[in-house]
Design a protein around this ligand. Structure first.
Ligand code: PGA
Length: 255
């Protein structure tokens, strides 16, 4: 049985005080939840304060990006060691906004993934097709390319420590989510790729999250799919009530 993950990707939102207010409410209202990994991914400037606020709670900390070097002349970047230093356990890598706006390639994603693993951070690696890819029936080609590119050179053993997030670009921030069946189809495809390349036991263990306009109204139907092991949530993670509701709907008795 794979443990569910609900991760909030705050993107470029929330000052320190706003972030603290949000996690305070979340941790109060979710303190009884034991069966789900609950993660928040604030902006870099809020990471340390949020880490202190959630210390001892069931909410864990992730960052939204990193660079693959430990230190050096890389103006504006942040290293895996620095993320560990502010108590991060997870890091999102290869989000579609990084790929499209900041031109991150599969090669970048692969280097970042390896750097995260080397430092003991758990990567949440994002893959997903654009609307035009789907319309041209290229969804599976894009997913294969993203998965092969991201995981190049990794061992089966290393795969045990990563999380994959399938996020169709056309569903992110648009209010238009993939149907549960569309999402399941891609999740099953990813799990099959992992089975073929790394073996059945690694694939069975791997957690694959869905992301793209997940909200309380659609989370149960999405989570009911056999290969969907949680969600990466943007907009609905910015308000305590929607995030709390969403997590509660995913509790084993809830779905
Ligand atoms: P959304 O974002 O839930 O606002 O669509 C998801 C994401 O980009 O991770």
């Amino acid at each position: 049985m794979r443990r569910l993950v609900i991760a909030g990707n705050w993107k470029m939102n929330k000052t320190i005080s706003e972030g603290l207010e949000l996690v305070r409410q979340m941790s109060m209202e979710l303190k009884d939840v034991k069966d789900i990994d609950i993660i928040v991914c604030p902006v870099f400037t809020a990471l340390y304060s949020v880490s202190l606020e959630i210390e001892g709670s069931n909410i864990e900390l992730g960052a939204q990006n990193l660079f693959w070097k430990e230190t050096g002349a890389f103006t504006g970047e942040i290293s895996p060691v620095m993320l560990k230093d502010v108590n991060c356990k997870y890091v999102i890598i290869g989000h579609s906004e990084r790929r499209s706006i900041f031109k991150e390639t599969n090669e970048f994603v692969n280097k970042k993934l390896k750097a995260a693993l080397k430092t003991g951070l758990i990567p949440i690696v994002c893959v997903g097709e654009r609307l035009e890819d789907r319309q041209m029936n290229k969804t599976f080609d894009v997913i294969s390319d993203h998965i092969n590119g991201a995981l190049q050179g990794l061992s089966a053993d290393e795969l045990k420590d990563i999380i994959i997030a399938y996020e169709p670009v056309w569903a992110i921030g648009t209010g238009r989510n993939a149907s549960p069946e569309q999402a399941q189809e891609v999740h099953a495809f990813i799990r099959k790729m992992i089975t073929d390349n790394f073996g059945a036991s690694v694939a069975e263990h791997l957690r694959i999250l869905y992301g793209g306009s997940v909200k309380p109204e659609n989370v149960e139907a999405i989570m009911a799919q056999p290969d969907i092991d949680g969600a990466l949530v943007g907009g609905a993670s910015l308000k305590a009530d929607s995030f709390v509701q969403l997590v509660r709907l995913c509790l084993p008795q809830g779905c």
